[in-house]
Design a protein around this ligand. Structure first.
Ligand code: NAD
Length: 475
């Protein structure tokens, strides 16, 4: 039995998603075989390749899974972790399919993983492994702007995406669209402004939207709005750090942050950027001067709070700790942080769970914007920024003439400003997250579905059925 199965009881991680899928399927009337087709993983590529590390040759285990080809290219992150295994990557690929459908991103789901611990390997060797992995993908036609487009995930970031792009370009020189073979790249390598923080910002937009719905807040005994809400975040990596920063800036109170080595707690609130600086300088969040240490990091999840955001790994809330969770809302920033047994326990307790297939879709949404930018070969806002500023200036002149009043320089600056790339990316992301939330909520209400996860699956599966039908594959 794998470590995953220990925590998830009798289920593998993939079974957990199948179980969630089956709950949603009860609300969809379509032939069983067609649902099986949507559920199944289309292609699984498991590879082993040798890499010389120091004087030794190490055999590296890696995967790329394409869950669904109903839309192309496939899309999904690559993670580096010692926990990587086929079941995990298949599950994460499936989640990508459902996620893309919810936020109207026209991709099939995919995921990749390399079984290494990036914390114990030098950057030089990570580069060697990443480049070799990319060439393996190229050999089998598992990467390309119209085929399969990786992105960052747990343990990877801009640096790895740059190496992937560079390796792809060197083996496919002359491909004018090569930049679109991977997303999450640095800006200087064709990345888009706003991608790095996109998943965390999407988490923030999704939870903020929920907190503005009176009915939802009253159902768990909370006031409307985010200001003053007590939040706990697990994982201070890319997703967790940015989500924590946006919550902090909006007036919510981050009372605890949990990392691998332990957690820190201050009921009056933690200053996220100060904690991050402390982590950078000391290699640990522990012993932060304005907080109390919690040695057993898992215990942080069980503290009294309004909102709990797991943003590290899967299966962290399971049947053995679900009963002790006191949060009224759980926002799944990580993929699969709650096992099906825990889900049922929390549902019975009346906890609102905002599911991963919606809440962490900000990353793939902005990856889609980056892919479009790479294919159009032009920065967002480049064509219209000056034009918009000129039009705004004309408007302002007319208003000043009619009102016989001069507008202050500060106000002028704000009104005249044309849209920059970051403005357009963030507004596209905000709109996507707000729309996604209300579509899920509408389905939940109209079909009288018990929770947001099942409603999100119903929304997603119906959209996938629709595209299969339009392809002429389903009758
Ligand atoms: P990351 O590697 O940047 O950060 C993960 C953080 O979790 C690290 O700081 C790590 O030290 C910490 N961590 C590991 N084990 C922990 C534990 N037991 N307790 C507390 N903290 C622990 O990874 P990330 O990109 O932020 O991804 C986090 C989660 O979000 C993953 O589930 C990933 O699949 C999901 N996700 C990421 C993206 C993205 O754009 N990066 C998009 C969608 C979903």
């Amino acid at each position: 039995m794998s470590k995953n199965q220990n925590k998830t009881g009798s289920y593998s991680f993939f079974n957990c998603i199948e179980k969630n899928f089956d709950k949603a399927a009860r609300f969809i009337s379509i032939e069983k075989g067609l649902l099986e087709q949507i559920k199944a993983c289309n292609s699984v590529y498991r590879m082993h390749f040798p890499v010389k590390i120091g004087k030794e040759v190490k055999v590296i285990e890696a995967y790329r899974v394409q869950h669904s080809h109903h839309k192309l290219p496939c899309k999904g992150g690559i993670r580096y972790s010692m926990k990587v295994n086929q079941d995990e990557i298949m599950t994460l690929a499936a989640l990508m399919t459902y996620k893309c459908a919810i936020v109207d991103v026209p991709f099939g789901g995919a995921k990749g993983g390399i079984k290494i611990d990036p914390q114990t390997i030098s950057s030089e060797n990570i580069e060697k492994i990443t480049r070799r992995y990319t060439s393996e993908l190229i050999k089998k036609n598992f990467i390309g702007p119209g085929i399969d487009v990786p992105a960052p995930d747990y343990g990877t970031g801009e640096k790895e995406m740059s190496w992937i792009f560079d390796t792809f370009l060197s083996l496919r020189s002359g491909d004018v669209d090569a930049l679109a073979c991977v997303t999450g790249k640095p800006i200087s390598q064709g990345g888009v402004r706003g991608r790095k923080e996109a998943t965390g910002l999407g988490v923030f937009y999704g939870i903020r939207e929920l907190c503005h719905v009176k009915e939802e807040m009253y159902s768990v005994g909370l006031d409307v709005g985010l200001v003053g809400k007590k939040i706990i975040i697990q994982g201070l990596g890319n997703v967790g750090y940015h989500a924590a920063s946006f919550f902090h800036e909006s007036g919510a109170i981050i009372i605890a942050l949990a990392e691998r080595e332990g957690a820190i707690y201050n009921k009056k609130g933690l200053n996220v950027s100060k904690v991050f600086l402390h982590l950078k300088n000391n290699g640990s969040i522990l012993n932060f001067p304005e907080a109390k240490n919690i040695e057993n990091t898992e215990k942080a999840l069980e503290l009294e709070c309004d909102i709990l955001i797991p943003a590290a790994l899967e299966n962290v809330i399971h049947k053995n700790n679900a009963n002790r969770i006191k949060a009224k809302i759980i926002g799944e920033a990580a993929n699969g942080p709650i096992t099906p047994e825990a889900d049922e326990i929390l549902d019975k307790k009346g906890v609102i769970i905002v599911p991963d297939i919606y809440l962490n879709a900000g990353g793939v949404t902005v990856s889609y914007f980056e892919w479009l930018k790479n294919l159009s070969h032009v920065r967002y806002g480049r064509m219209e920024k000056k034009f918009r500023e000129n039009v705004n200036a004309e408007f302002l002149k007319v208003i000043e003439t009619i009102c016989k009043k001069k507008i202050s320089i500060e106000e002028k600056k704000m009104i005249l400003r044309g849209p920059r790339e970051i403005d357009l990316v963030r507004s596209g992301l905000e709109d996507t997250m707000i729309n996604g939330f209300h579509k899920i909520r509408d389905i939940k209400k109209s079909l009288k579905i018990e929770n947001m996860r099942t409603a999100a699956f119903v929304l997603s599966i119906n959209k996938i059925i629709d595209s299969y039908e339009k392809l002429g594959i389903f009758p």
